[in-house]
Design a protein around this ligand. Structure first.
Ligand SMILES: Nc1ncnc2c1ncn2[C@@H]1O[C@H](COP(=O)(O)OP(=O)(O)OP(=O)(O)O)[C@@H](O)[C@H]1O
Length: 236
């Protein structure tokens, strides 16, 4: 399975954020999306999840050699600040989500199985979401995608809010999930990107470009990426 972005364009009035950006993402890899503040990472995610209309280009999903346009329901989007019903407990919310999505669920397992996967304690799952930490809210959002299994999962700076233990659990979870999904996460943390990602993609001057994979594990990685971002800036 592949996610193919072709010449995508996005403008806000006279500001062009995405300039015929193109890239192909494959199932089985974790992609880190890196770009400077305001480079357009969130805009790209919003366009892929159809929350925003694009001004040109197309986004395709290729499965078993067949290509079709990417649909809204193909994308699971983990927001950096998730909006969840604060007046429910995590358990009540997941139960409600399962009830209303019964036809889309790709699971036979009960709710507790998923909370176990997310390492959320019994106490926490029956606590009001209002009292959840930022990281717990992210976990809860991730849990929903374990249920519906959208082919493409986008994570907007997800791991920054997790403590070291939870971040490690989430990393393992993402590594597990990459087999069945196309996973792209945006981050500003270079160390996290090199540690977790199989490939790194830069968003710079409205274009997407891959970082050579041999660079990812090299000692000069950090300096090289900074240089790449600086160099591209000079080309504007
Ligand atoms: N709805 C909007 N209306 C007008 N301009 C917007 C809108 N959304 C984003 N922009 C502009 O598009 C540019 C890209 O913003 P975006 O939030 O996508 O960047 P980002 O790479 O996610 O940044 P950061 O790393 O700081 O979160 C910015 O200049 C921003 O001001």
């Amino acid at each position: 399975m592949r996610l193919i972005i072709e010449d995508i364009v996005k403008r806000f009035e006279d500001k062009q954020v995405l300039r015929e950006a193109g890239f192909s993402f494959e199932q089985g890899k974790i992609y880190g999306l890196l770009g400077r503040n305001g480079a357009g990472k969130t805009t790209l995610f919003n366009c892929l999840s159809k929350e925003m209309a694009t001004d040109g280009g197309q986004v395709l999903l290729e499965e078993n050699g067949n290509r079709r346009e990417l649909r809204e329901q193909d994308v699971g989007y983990v927001y950096s600040l998730p909006i969840l019903p604060e007046f429910l407990t995590g358990y009540e919310f997941v139960k409600f989500f399962m009830d209303i999505n019964r036809d889309k669920l790709k699971t036979e397992q009960g709710i507790d199985h998923y909370f176990d996967m997310m390492s959320m304690t019994t106490e926490d799952r029956h606590r009001l979401i209002k009292n959840y930490s930022h990281g717990m809210k992210n976990k809860l959002q991730m849990l929903l995608f374990l249920l519906t299994k959208p082919p493409v999962i986008l994570l907007d700076e997800p791991l920054t809010s997790f403590d070291v233990i939870v971040a490690l659990e989430m990393k393992n979870m993402l590594r597990e999930m990459k087999r069945d999904h196309i996973l792209i996460f945006s981050t500003h943390i270079l160390q996290l990107a090199s540690d977790l990602c199989d490939e790194l993609v830069l968003l710079n001057n409205g274009k997407l470009s891959g970082v050579p994979s041999e660079l990812l594990k090299s000692p000069e990685f950090e300096q090289s990426v900074i240089q790449l971002l600086k160099d591209d800036e000079a080309h504007v």
